[in-house]
Design a protein around this ligand. Structure first.
Ligand SMILES: C[S@@+](CC[C@H](N)C(=O)[O-])C[C@H]1O[C@@H](n2cnc3c(N)ncnc32)[C@H](O)[C@@H]1O
Length: 265
């Protein structure tokens, strides 16, 4: 179980002291995420109700800093979090930078959880319930400085924590989800301003939901530049030595990240 420490409230090293003082064994990973030695109910985590920490895997914690890196901080950024529920990455963006976030989610029940999570963290976003593909239904016509597309996917990267995923998936899911991802990526590119950045990610280890999407997108959009990105991360148990040289260190799920910049005309 991994925690994200809210930079607005407390430093990871100070939070680690609090955890250990409460008898909860934990370690800090490079990047500042905290891994508990044993999973614990959130109610016993110090400061959880006050928004000092959130439960979030180490690989998922790369999203917000990646999107904000180089995005500039001179003006208050307008950011679209296009597939936002339950709001893990929305909250992280707002913890790291004072920005204006629109959090979009197609499922109304899941959309309510964005508001609940932000309330606990003491943060605010404009939460909209809509299908990101139906741009005319939710977009006000002002281009975004940055877009986060944490796309619906097979979740093949999180099976170490959610083994039920293996039983719930069907053979046709990869192709069907890949089509949805492709459509969302193309559609959301149109609401990004020239010079802006779009971060595409999935918690999947499949090429069809990662590198293959990137290659198709670059072939279809000559105004897209792929910036240095983590690419495919393989799931890894922090207790074991790093098995793949180019994998992110520490304990984390499988994930895919590609950061695009839109060329100015
Ligand atoms: C991987 S989850 C997002 C996790 C979230 N970013 C976080 O960090 O907490 C993908 C979400 O996208 C939503 N979704 C799927 N298709 C969508 C669409 N067309 N428009 C908006 N949201 C969509 C799903 O309901 C789901 O909540």
């Amino acid at each position: 179980m991994s925690l994200r420490v809210n930079a607005l409230k407390i430093a990871p090293s100070d939070y680690l002291v609090q955890l250990r003082g409460s008898g909860i064994g934990a370690e800090i990973q490079s990047g500042g995420s905290i891994v508990l030695h044993r999973p614990a109910p959130v109610q016993i985590l110090p400061g959880f109700a006050q928004g000092h920490v959130s439960v979030q895997d180490g690989a998922a914690q790369l999203a917000a800093p990646l999107l904000l890196s180089g995005a500039g901080s001179a003006q208050r950024l307008r950011i679209l979090d296009a597939c936002a529920a339950p709001g893990g990455k929305t909250g992280h963006l707002l913890e790291l930078q004072d920005c204006e976030v629109t959090a979009l989610e197609v499922d109304p029940v899941r959309a309510r959880r964005i508001g609940e999570n932000l309330q606990r963290l003491g943060l605010q976003a404009k939460v909209l319930t809509a299908d990101a593909n139906a741009v005319g239904d939710w977009w006000d016509g002002n281009l975004f400085d940055a877009v986060l597309l944490d796309a619906p996917c097979t979740a093949s990267g999180i099976t170490r924590r959610h083994p039920d995923v293996l039983w719930l998936r069907r053979i046709g899911d990869i192709a069907q989800l890949a089509l949805q991802q492709k459509a969302l990526l193309q559609c959301l590119w149109s609401v990004l301003k020239p010079g802006g950045r779009l971060l595409y990610c999935t918690c999947s280890i499949f090429q069809e939901e990662g590198d293959a999407q990137v290659q198709t997108f670059l072939a279809n959009n000559n105004n897209a530049v792929l910036l240095p990105s983590p690419g495919h991360l393989m799931p890894q148990n922090g207790a074991n030595p790093q098995l793949l040289n180019d994998n992110q260190p520490g304990d984390h799920d499988g994930f895919f990240y590609a950061l695009f910049e839109k060329k100015s005309a």
